[in-house]
Design a binder for this molecule. Sequence first.
Ligand SMILES: O=c1ccn([C@@H]2O[C@H](COP(=O)(O)O)[C@@H](O)[C@H]2O)c(=O)[nH]1
Length: 276
Amino acid sequence: MTKTELFNQIKTKKSYLCVGLDTDIKKIPKHLLSSEDPVFEFNKAIIDATSDLCVSYKPNIAFYEAMGPKGWQSLAKTLEYIPKDCFSIADAKRGDIGNTSSLYARAFFDKSASGMSFDSITVAPYMGKDSVSPFLEFENKWVILLALTSNEGGKDFQNLELAEGTEVYKKVLEVSKNWGDSERLMYVVGATRAEKLREIRAIVPDSFLLVPGVGAQGGSLFEVSKYGMNATCGLLVNSSRGIIYASSGEDFAEKAREEAQKIQTEMAEYLDQFLK
Ligand SMILES: O=c1ccn([C@@H]2O[C@H](COP(=O)(O)O)[C@@H](O)[C@H]2O)c(=O)[nH]1
């Protein structure tokens, strides 16, 4: 999916919501556990209930890897089921020396090799350019680099000041924006770090930002939207637990829709207010 196609989806759906498919077999409603593939059945119901309200889905790969081969099967089936007008994100946080990164890229982008072809993958930037460029060699695929993460521990390194006075996360943005343009490269910025969005926008004005941390982690959608939105929206705001585990009963999909609807309604207002 191109940047223009993504923005068109945002305008059509009046939404920049990304639903996180962090599907934990231990949290799936009991009545699904007797089915052949409970994880897929759960995801399918969540997708059916939310696909008109969001523009993206983000399975976090850890939840599937943890289940072994069965988990990878559920992941591949889920990816096939995600509507083609929704931007798919493999939240895998990969990155290694070049030849290894190439294999990670093949695993998530090359359907003929792995059976899966996501639109994008999250990548850790700390091994540098040659660990990231193998992902960018795949045409029409996106890299989403971790910049300023939502967790408290993110401050341990990301906010350290280098001798020249720049914080590490800013250096990541400044250097990596030369590895690919805003048509192929996005950044993760936690909603819990919304106070930094003005400074981030000064460095990467045109890039899309994947923003996790609203809902369960307490980040503010208003602040993210006010300080982070640009002329093409430039935001994909993720909520996982707040939507998919809104209920643990048979009404889980209905309740997930209600939560997604609340966020979409707020987003429609912010698009009117803050789109530059
Ligand atoms: O900085 C980061 C990077 C990734 N995540 C991931 O996003 C979701 C958030 O889930 P919630 O349930 O909405 O809190 C999850 O997959 C994280 O691994 C993040 O939270 N922060």
